[in-house]
Ligand binder design. Structure first.
Ligand code: UD1
Ligand code: MG
Length: 431
């Protein structure tokens, strides 16, 4: 891997209208900067992220997730702009690829088009019907002559449909030569990285335009852009898993996190969200269900069920309106309207409709342990901490507070009584 990568991520991203720095906004479960870092890791062992706005927070988040990333803090007060961002950055390899941190859709194939070429500089160009917002690229005889930012364009230049996608691969020695000489005599009073193109042309170097797909090089500047990028990435994730054998009903209504994985034969119905680090194996997730950071194996979930983080659902049937949190269920049936939290439930156990584990006393969360072949009648409450051993029957409507013995029937109902003819008297009905 003989290319270094610099990812520009110092900008505030004011157009996002958010307190969260732009590059930390998530797409399919990961900050967009992380998508750029992963694309860089596939091609380089020398990656530098340039930061300024919220630098320490972003640096911390990167270090929590990735090893061996270099950081460079831009002096954005005195040297604002993409050229200012490159000032003082030292790279290890002969070539440097410059990427933007707000470009989460870029693929390895596309980056290879830029780095595998031996020109002095390669730069990404998109042909757009509506070029507004981008820097215009002036190309003559297949050579880039210069880049003009929209705010600096003449009437004639504004009509140019070739735009700068913002990714460049440059000989590192050229960066060391040109970057210190950048000036800020332009409409925005910023140091433009793009000015190095004209410097290279004046030195008779060849700047080659590499035509790339807008879909991959789209910069995210607003929440509208973020939602478009999300849709593009979701379509890619779904296509990938469908190719791997996952059946999807109305795929466009399904959300799948980029960290989720599927194995074996799975069916995902419409309106399902698979969030976080899920592993779904040989299972059927029905309409409107949500599974988050959990494992689901040989099971069916929903419709309208919610599996919250840190759960493991194996050989189990989960029906409608069941919520599971931080629990292990193995060989269980929970068909309707239950809350199972901080619990473990073993093989052959049936959880009746409306069963609730009362896991929280207002201060602390407690565990409920349920053994094998336990039959829990409808509308029961299991007040944690509590352990139900194997082979127990709990009558409908029971509040369990003590640990029973195997073989017991547990019941805590108030004895039923009837007052004859009360109904008729109350409503004044003569019988
Ligand atoms: C830049 C290009 C423009 C191109 C467009 C493509 C320049 C001068 N212009 O414009 O030709 O069409 O990208 O998307 O380069 N950044 C810093 N430090 C700064 C300013 C920006 O690190 O002081 C980072 C941002 O975090 C971002 C990237 O550089 O990741 C691009 O910055 P942005 O402000 O979006 O540049 P554009 O104005 O879009
Ligand atoms: Mg931009």
């Amino acid at each position: 891997m003989s290319v270094s990568v610099v990812i520009l991520a110092a900008g505030q991203g004011t157009r996002m209208k958010s307190r969260l720095p732009k590059v930390l906004h998530e797409i399919s479960g990961k900050p967009m900067l992380f998508h750029a870092i992963e694309a860089a890791q596939n091609i380089s062992d020398d990656i530098t992220v340039v930061l300024f706005h919220e630098a320490s927070m972003i640096e911390g988040k990167i270090k929590d997730n990735y090893l061996n990333i270099n950081f460079h803090i831009q002096d954005a007060i005195n040297f604002p702009g993409t050229g200012g961002a490159m000032m003082g950055v030292i790279t290890k390899h002969k070539k440097t690829l410059i990427l933007n941190g707000d470009m989460p859709l870029v693929t390895n194939n596309a980056l290879h088009k830029l780095i595998d070429d031996d020109s002095d500089i390669t730069m990404s160009v998109i042909e757009l019907l509506d070029p507004s917002g981008y820097g215009r690229v002036i190309i003559e005889n297949s050579e880039v002559k210069h880049i003009v930012e929209q705010k600096d364009c003449s009437e004639e230049q504004l009509k140019t449909k070739s735009v700068n996608a913002g990714v460049y691969c440059i000989k590192s020695s050229l960066l060391q030569k040109y970057i210190p000489t950048l000036k800020n005599n332009n409409a925005q009073k910023e140091y433009y990285l793009t000015d190095i193109i004209e410097m290279a042309v004046q030195d008779n170097l060849y700047v080659k335009p590499i035509y790339v797909d807008e879909e991959e090089f789209k910069g995210v500047n607003s929440k509208l852009d973020l939602s478009h990028a999300q849709e593009i990435m979701q379509a890619r994730i779904r296509s990938h898993w469908m190719t791997e054998g996952v059946a999807m009903r109305l795929p466009r209504t399904i959300y799948i996190d980029c960290r989720a994985t599927f194995e074996g034969e799975c069916i995902i119905e419409n309106g399902v969200s698979i969030i976080g680090n899920c592993v779904i194996k040989n299972s059927h997730i029905k309409t409107g269900s949500v599974v988050e950071n959990s494992t689901v194996e040989n099971s069916d979930i929903g419709p309208m069920a919610r599996i919250r983080p840190d759960s493991s659902i194996i050989d189990t049937h989960i029906g409608n309106f069941v919520e599971i949190k931080k629990s292990n269920l193995n060989g269980v049936k929970a068909g309707h309207l239950s809350y199972i939290g901080d619990a473990s439930v073993d093989e052959g156990t049936n959880i009746g409709a409306g069963t609730i584990t009362c896991n929280y006393d207002g201060k602390t969360k407690y565990q409920t342990i349920i053994g094998k072949n336990v039959f829990i009648g409808s509308d029961s409450q299991l007040v944690a901490p509590v352990t139900i051993p194997d082979d127990v029957m709990i009558a409908a409507g029971t509040t369990v507070t003590k640990c029973p013995n195997s073989g017991d029937l547990v019941l805590s109902r108030t004895p039923q009584k009837s007052i004859a003819n009360f109904f008729y008297k109350f409503f004044g009905i003569k019988k």
